[in-house]
Design a protein around this ligand. Structure first.
Ligand SMILES: Cc1ncc(C[n+]2csc(CCOP(=O)(O)OP(=O)(O)O)c2C)c(N)n1
Length: 322
């Protein structure tokens, strides 16, 4: 097995980090409104798993979806325009931060409902299986979704019908303000999933190379036709649940402890130690990424608001093939 392009993994994680840091500024400036859930701290998960998918595969995300979309290759300009609510956004500005959706990338959201993506992924997997297509559906969800009925129904059907779905749980320890052991009787999530006869294991979600390895094995298994696989990535969000969350349920020392395992820090230390990158290389990547974010902001600023006459468009379907 050939290894990943580690500088590219670094660049992809930095794209998400810098994009979201800019979103914080733009939110304070009221350029971006509504709900915004940041992925900062969790970048290694999306960036470690998505290189294993092909263009034909599908991705289902949660409302913490900027990182998933950018790592999937949804154009940053169109993502930023969506954050601004502009027509040039991926959903014409009608979805906003939580509902990024991009058909050309087979990116099926952006779902505001906790656990809402799981049955959708099962449906995509079922369609592929029935049509005999060699495709994988990757479904991201948080550990909070595992206390819901939708999780159990989805696991059961996916396992029963041996559907080609990779269920990827991003366990950041808190569902809003609720710690895992306050909401779930079985806190070993891989054990919970494996009770459905699904191969299930856990990886270090702060180490992008560990995620890359675990995802490589998981995607291969799904492609081999064993049916669904469950992977838990243990991760942490450095910011509050959303921009509205006062974040009073975590000790600062806990956050600081996890910051020492910042995925960007871990990888940059390894790149330096292995002589693959020095300060100049990393600064160069940062400059390129910052220019990409600047471009996206300029694109969104120059975008248009949807005309009032279009208000009722898409309420019923338009141009749908029967
Ligand atoms: C069905 C449903 N119930 C409740 C909510 C309110 N809610 C929004 S986020 C959230 C916590 C989800 O936590 P988790 O799934 O672990 O994802 P994370 O935010 O940690 O990434 C809750 C309960 C919702 N959006 N949908």
């Amino acid at each position: 097995m050939s290894g990943p392009d580690r500088l590219e993994l670094y660049r992809q994680m930095l794209r998400i980090r810098r994009f979201e840091e800019r979103c914080v500024e733009l939110y304070s400036a009221t350029k971006i409104r509504g709900f915004v859930h940041l992925y900062i701290g969790e970048e290694a998960v999306a960036v470690g798993v998505l290189p294993h998918l092909s263009e034909d595969d599908a991705v289902v995300a949660t409302y913490r979806d900027h990182g998933h979309a950018l790592a999937r290759g949804v154009p940053m300009d169109a993502v930023m325009a969506e954050m601004y609510g502009k027509v040039e956004g991926v959903c014409r500005g009608r979805g906003g931060s939580m509902h990024l959706f991009h058909a050309p990338s087979r990116f099926y959201g952006g779902n505001a409902i906790v656990g809402g993506g799981l049955p959708l992924a099962v449906g995509l997997g079922l369609a592929d299986k029935m049509a005999g297509r060699d495709r994988v559906t990757l479904c991201f969800f948080g550990e909070g979704a595992m206390a819901e009925g939708e999780f159990h129904e989805s696991m059961n059907l996916a396992a029963l019908w041996k559907l080609p779905v990779l269920f990827l749980c991003e366990n950041n320890l808190y569902a809003m303000g609720t710690a895992l052991d306050r909401s779930e009787s079985e806190t070993n999530l891989a054990i919970k999933a494996s009770s459905y006869e699904i191969p299930a294991w856990t990886c270090d979600g702060m180490d992008v190379l560990a995620v890359w390895d675990a995802a490589h094995r998981a995607v291969e298994l799904v492609r081999d036709g064993v049916g669904p696989v469950f992977l838990e990535a243990k991760t942490y969000r450095f910011r509050a649940h959303s921009m509205y969350d006062p974040d009073r349920y975590r000790e600062k020392t806990e956050i600081e402890h996890w910051r020492e395992r910042d995925p960007l820090l871990l990888l940059s230390e390894r790149l330096r130690a292995d002589g693959e990158a020095d300060d100049d290389t990393l600064a160069g990547i940062d400059a390129e990424v910052t220019a990409e974010v600047d471009h996206a902001v300029a694109f969104a600023e120059a975008g248009a608001d949807e005309p009032v006459d279009d208000l009722t468009r898409f309420v019923t379907s338009e141009g749908v093939r029967t």
